[in-house]
Design a protein around this ligand. Structure first.
Ligand code: FEO
Length: 391
């Protein structure tokens, strides 16, 4: 795809579909690829490019821009966010657009110098509420720090009622131009929220409060399809930033010789019998986005983890670390563990969960293979946890 697409009169999608990308940050699998959405906004007197694209796609971006306008006539490049997937093509764009100024926050300016060596005399700093008049089109800037870096802002096209929120409201998929063209988009949006925005729920609530005064007809994020039904993603984000949870437990486990798995199976079935929604993830093969997407609305977690060399199995350690850093709205936890000749997993799980504020309701640890009494203890713990979750 080399042509820009007009999504509103005078507003063009000039982004890139990266169908082949399979990982983000070496952390988030991308089974459906992703997109780096950039937008050209053409007023009667001035023209602005909103965000750029990932390094390696500069030529495709400039080719699409050229179909709509002469890049040399570009007046502004809006840098909503400094991360390379959106700002990495800045050097190429500025070279092709010698009179363009980069419009960014003060924190964004520091990053633009460090990451892209943008000269200070080519920057225009903006604050919350500032606006640019393009001639019949006004771009207004909304300070939105920590969504998900400190410098982030949104851009709002006032007359067209189009919001450009960069990563916020994004999804990692190369499929579809609009939200109604991807069947399970809200599921993917929830996974994206869990992996990227969940640690910043308070900042997200503040941003949504600011946006509530703006009429929005189209949300044009920098990853994934555009939301021409914006209420779909606004409703999702209101719930997720508020930390609303379900009667739901995430069971995340890894097992070496089946002992921990046996406890996990007993506990999961006991939870189901108590009417609790259960999402089980085997950690040796887990997709971080899947796990993060489940954690966004779960009230509790059961961590199943054997001891390996006096500590948590590394796959469980990674999951516990994710819980600590992604800060999901979990209230309760239980730990199921087994060991061959010496424990250590429970101690380490306690150290990780301790500072999170998540209440560890109980633990079951087995020396060797679990017998009927051990399974009974796992079932009893699950029922105690279910009472907390549904209480
Ligand atoms: Fe899509 Fe934070 O970059």
């Amino acid at each position: 795809m080399t042509a820009g697409i007009e999504v509103r009169e005078g507003i063009y999608w000039v982004g890139v579909k990266d169908w082949a990308r399979r990982s983000f940050d070496g952390l988030i699998p991308l089974p459906h690829g992703t997109s780096y959405n950039a937008y050209l906004v053409r007023g009667a007197t001035k023209t602005a490019l909103v965000d750029t694209v990932n390094p390696g796609f500069e030529g495709e971006l400039l080719a699409k821009l050229t179909e709509v306008t002469d890049p040399a006539r570009l007046d502004y490049v809006i840098m909503n966010h400094a991360e390379p997937d959106h700002a990495g093509a800045l050097p190429a764009v500025l070279a092709a657009a010698p009179r363009a100024e980069v419009v960014l926050t003060a924190k964004g300016a520091e990053m633009a110098v460090r990451l892209y060596r943008v000269p200070e005399d080519r920057m225009r700093l903006v604050k919350d509420g500032d606006a640019l008049d393009l001639g019949g089109k006004t771009l207004q800037f909304v300070d939105a720090p920590f969504l998900h870096w400190p410098e982030t802002m949104f851009t709002y096209a006032v007359e067209d009622k189009v919001l450009f929120p960069c990563d916020f409201f994004g999804t990692h998929t190369a499929e579809g131009l609009y939200d109604d063209e991807v069947v399970d988009l809200t599921v993917r949006a929830q996974m994206y929220f869990g992996a990227i925005m969940m640690p910043f729920r308070k900042a997200g609530e503040r941003a949504l409060e600011k946006l509530s005064s703006l009429p929005i007809e189209l949300i044009a994020p920098s990853h994934g399809p555009l939301w021409r039904h914006p209420e779909r993603v606004l409703t999702l984000y209101r719930r997720r930033t508020a930390g609303e949870t379900l009667h739901k437990v995430v069971v995340a486990y890894v097992s070496m010789w089946g002992s921990t798995e046996r406890l996990v199976r007993v506990a999961a079935e006991a939870l189901l019998r108590q009417g609790v929604q259960v999402a089980v993830h085997e950690l040796a093969h887990v997709d971080v986005s899947d796990l993060a997407g489940e954690l966004v609305d779960a009230r509790a977690i059961v961590l199943g983890a054997p001891t390996v060399l006096g500590a948590l199995h590394p796959a469980a350690l990674n999951a516990a670390h994710l819980v600590r850093t992604l800060r999901p709205p979990l209230r309760y936890a239980a730990v199921l563990s087994s060991y061959g000749w010496g424990g250590g997993a429970l101690r380490q799980a306690g150290e990780i969960f301790g500072p999170t504020g998540i209440e560890v309701v109980g633990t079951v640890e087995v020396h060797g293979a679990p017998g009927p009494e051990d399974e009974a203890r796992a079932g009893a713990l699950a029922r105690t946890l279910a009472a907390k979750v549904t209480g």
